[in-house]
Write a protein that binds this ligand. Sequence first.
Ligand code: SF4
Length: 502
Amino acid sequence: MADNPANSRPRVLSGMRPTGKLHLGNYVGALQNWVKLQDTHECFFFVADWHALTTDYDDTSRLADNTKEVVLDYLGAGLDPKKCTIFVQSHVKQHAELHVLFSMITPLGWLERVPSYKEQQQQMPNKDLHMYGFLGYPLLQAADILIYRPGFVPVGEDQAAHVELTREVARRFNNFYDLKGKPIFPEPETLLTPSPKLLGTDKRKMSKSYGNTILLSDEAAQVEQKINGSTTDRPKLTDTGFPDRCPVGNLHQIFSDPLEKAAILEGCTTASITCQDCKRRAIRSIEPHLGPIRERRRQLAGDPELLQEIVRGGAQKAAKAAEATMKKVRESVGLLPRASVKDVAARQDMHLPLRVPASIGKAVGNEERWKIRTEPWLERVNKNYPLTPDRDTRRLFITQRRRKVGLYAECQGSDGRWHFELKDRPLNVLVLLAEDRDRYLHDYILPQSFLQQYWKHFEREIHQGGSTVLIVLKRDPNGASLALKDSDLPIQQYEGGYSALL
Ligand code: SF4
């Protein structure tokens, strides 16, 4: 189902918004599971910085730092860039491109009825969330997911509605567009992750907005302080309690071993332990988990270049996978592929590739060949920049502004290069027409600034009555270069630059 021919493991995609450092709730709700998945699945984990803007658009002063912190949290928690791809969403532009295309086909009603659209507006009454970005964020999420064509999306139960929207968008896209009858997007399955509920230190759900979190980056002393300060369930020592309703009991359930868990349950429900003792034991249980995370985080935070390299490498890998999908998407939608721009431009008069007439084969003598080769070029250029032949001097033309244009044309030599022999004389513009083996004519228009800089660097032949300048042109995949006495000079930037004739 997943589009990963080079990798037989099922592909998985997930991400988190960088609205601050990650906390234990994020760890037990997702990260811990991701760390396991990286061994069994081909995983793409990203920091959703564009998503952070959907609610925090008015203050982005911490966005870059938060993004970095979340990457550190990912790595600290045990995500390994050798096993999975870790990247920052905004580094892979294809996500935005697919979002735009999805936005063309997604009915507004689909977005308006996503439960979190209304819920979050109610939760943040002081924030103006009447923005397209906020309404469209589940669609951006659909693009984030579908661009990797994953088989599964690991989510907690509360996010299942988003994956359902993603599936609907995939279906709708596939209904509108396909590639030779084949659908573009698989409909990813929801991989419901076991996400135990974790209460914050004040007994509400652990969340940054409540300020009741224990961060993955907290020092041991901070963790201790936060646990000791947690609101518990037993106002009096003699009261019995309910560990599943207590933040400290929650921590035991997740981080303590079975024996300790049983002892806490027994002690709390029979009032045979104090909350203080229970907290001390929770701190002891949690430290073996948080300690190594903190240490890995610290090491990576001290090596910004390594961090940069991890994020750069991740973006490269992600972009490769995303681009593979986007090629299919663009083709299925019917967008013009970039590689064909030349072909279309070729239908326009000015950009039609020049072809030397077949009569060149029967031409006798250099002069006749030169005339046949320059004819198509002159015909085209004269439409915009009339050139008047200088009757007294062969291969010299004058523009309307009295600029002297040297015009030379050659056929490709047996060494694959073009050898031009020029009269050594002052020119404002030099035009080299290079006919290739398919009779196409490539024009290189070298302006005065170029000639002033390089004219003296070409080889020369001195003979009676003056000297001849020898110019050797070589075409390569990136353009063309001229052989100077001591080096090769790339000239592709001058190709087709008719402005030099003005
Ligand atoms: S004994 Fe532990 S689990 Fe029970 S209420 Fe106190 S702190 Fe919470």
